[in-house]
Ligand binder design. Structure first.
Ligand code: HEM
Ligand SMILES: *[C@@H]1O[C@H](CO)[C@@H](O)[C@H](O)[C@H]1NC(C)=O
Ligand SMILES: *[C@@H]1O[C@H](CO)[C@@H](O)[C@H](O)[C@H]1NC(C)=O
Ligand SMILES: *[C@@H]1O[C@H](CO)[C@@H](O)[C@H](O)[C@H]1NC(C)=O
Length: 359
């Protein structure tokens, strides 16, 4: 049955052979098939013995070191930190600096390679994930940019509902520490944030799709008295609930809203895109994948890199994990059945799980 997955992957006509989502899990689900042909039994995790591109062969082991060793196959604190790290590495890219020929940021892993960069206030909270990832470039003989951005892609997949973003390898080593002052501050006004993302090469729609990564986020340093509060009520699921709950003036217990996220939900420049994603997982997924792929390539060209998406596990399709009572009709957010969710994680992330899961 593993075969059928690879045949499908080979026949995929898109520019990237990115795996699809999981079918109804073994425990049975209320939803329909997600469109994956005959479905997949077993883990749906590509095995190096079936590697397609020789360049990708070492990346199966690197995948397991990150997805297993660091994330234990789960959407825990290391995974959410790795998603943020990918942004804080690449988000220092500037078209203006590039045009001026000045030292620039990029998706180059400089945040791993230069010990000073992660010590900046704006990178507070990323020190632990950096210390975990920092040995990997030397251990596997690959660039820090490839490690940071594969970790970001795998971290999204570690979160149920998180899509498969094309995974490129072959980035060269960073040539400089990232310039300062380029990462966004949650107190910045919307026009400044929109302008900064435009200088990275992102449209308003890209920005609002990317900000949905806060679906798996917690805050510690904006208000230390509310440390560990999450940006939505389902912090371990990659869903559209972040958009729904941020837009609603009611503050839900246990959650924390960044001023910038609230401003995006109300400002006329950004609110149409913000509303567009509410309860529409498929629309958000499609826009998020495009924007995150672009983010993972800032300062590089895909033409110079190798697409190793063949190493990625299937995305866990949360629409097949809804509670029986939940119609799941947009624009409502799916209500996930915890038993079905755990069964899907056990099936589709099997080889990376440990008996005592990461928090
Ligand atoms: C306007 C742009 C953005 C602002 C102002 C912003 C701001 C923040 C702040 C203040 C935190 C909490 C840090 C702490 O106190 O621990 C945070 C967390 C986070 N951010 Fe953003 N962010 C932005 C964009 C993004 C983007 C584009 C991504 C990824 C695609 C992202 C992913 C995350 C994640 C995953 C966390 C949670 C980290 C964790 O729980 O360890 N953010 N962000
Ligand atoms: C990978 O495939 C080989 C050959 O089919 C098999 O022996 C091995 O157990 C597989 N590994 C995993 C982790 O499934
Ligand atoms: C926040 O979570 C971390 C572990 O993830 C824990 O060590 C810390 O004590 C928590 N802080 C608060 C205020 O709950
Ligand atoms: C806002 O959230 C509250 C509490 O969950 C809910 O009762 C209310 O219907 C929501 N409002 C809107 C406009 O969705």
């Amino acid at each position: 049955m593993m075969r059928s997955f690879f045949v499908l992957a080979l026949l995929a006509t898109s520019t990237h052979a990115v795996p699809q989502t999981t079918p109804v899990p073994a425990s049975g689900g209320s939803g329909g098939n997600s469109g994956q042909g005959g479905g997949v039994t077993g883990s749906g995790i590509p095995n190096v013995t079936d590697a397609q591109n020789p360049t990708c062969i070492p990346w199966y082991g690197i995948r397991d070191a990150i997805m297993g060793g660091l994330f234990q196959g789960r959407c825990g604190d290391n995974a959410r930190a790795a998603v943020r790290l990918a942004f804080h590495d690449a988000g220092t890219f500037s078209l203006a600096l590039q045009a001026a020929g000045l030292p620039n940021g990029a998706a180059d892993g400089s945040i791993l390679a230069d010990p000073l960069e992660v010590q900046r206030d704006e990178n507070n909270g990323l020190q632990n994930i950096v210390s975990l990832l920092a040995p990997l470039p030397a251990q596997f003989g690959v660039s820090p940019g490839d490690i940071v951005h594969l970790a970001g892609v795998l971290a999204v997949l570690a979160c149920p509902g998180g899509p498969a973003i094309p995974a490129f390898v072959g980035r060269t080593a960073p040539t400089n520490i990232a310039p300062t002052g380029l990462l966004p501050n949650p107190e910045d006004p919307v026009d400044k944030l929109v302008a900064r993302f435009a200088d990275m090469g992102f449209s308003v729609r890209d920005l609002i799709a990317l900000i949905g990564a806060h679906t798996t986020g917690k805050q510690r340093f904006v208000d230390p008295t509310q440390a560990n509060k999450s940006f939505d009520t389902t912090v371990d699921i990659w869903d559209t609930r972040f958009y729904t709950e941020t837009s609603n003036t009611t503050a839900l217990p246990g959650t924390f809203k960044l001023d910038s996220d609230v401003a995006f939900s109300t400002d006329p420049t950004t609110s149409p895109d913000f509303s567009r994603f509410i309860g529409h997982q498929n629309i958000w997924t499609s826009d998020y994948v495009d924007a995150h792929e672009k983010m993972s390539l800032l300062g590089f060209s895909a033409n110079d890199l190798t697409d190793c998406s063949e190493i990625l596990p299937l995305s866990i399709d949360i629409t097949t994990l809804e509670e029986a009572t939940n119609g799941g009709k947009p624009p409502t957010d799916p209500v996930i059945d915890p038993v079905k969710l755990e069964a899907a994680v056990q099936q589709f992330r099997s080889i990376w799980l440990v008996p005592t899961p990461a928090t």
